[in-house]
Design a protein around this ligand. Structure first.
Ligand SMILES: [Zn+2]
Length: 96
């Protein structure tokens, strides 16, 4: 993959890495439906339990993904290089 290395400000990288973010792994369609059903009922506690139990805890350092993209405060799509989980995150934005 010929991706240009972004220059990451060392202080900004330190701030991003202050919060540990690891990939939690994919959730099966069945578990996702159950989580969505529970959320629709307002049962966030049980929804969290089902979500937690259903994941494989991939463990990939998600901060690596954040730091390999622009820190522009915008939505980015991502795919975990280890487990293939896809999703969207909002990049942090720093004042210059
Ligand atoms: Zn992963």
């Amino acid at each position: 993959m010929a991706k240009t290395e972004l220059e990451v400000d060392i202080e900004q990288e330190a701030i991003v890495r202050l919060v540990g973010r690891t990939c939690r792994g994919p959730l099966s369609d069945e578990d996702r439906e159950e989580v969505n059903r529970l959320l629709a009922e307002g049962d966030t506690v049980e929804a969290q339990k089902v979500d937690k139990a259903g994941r494989t805890d991939c463990g990939y350092d998600f901060n690596d993904t954040i730091l390999s993209n622009e820190l522009d405060g915008l939505e980015h799509e991502y795919e975990c290089p280890d487990c293939g989980l896809t999703g969207i995150y909002i990049a942090p934005l720093f004042d210059e």
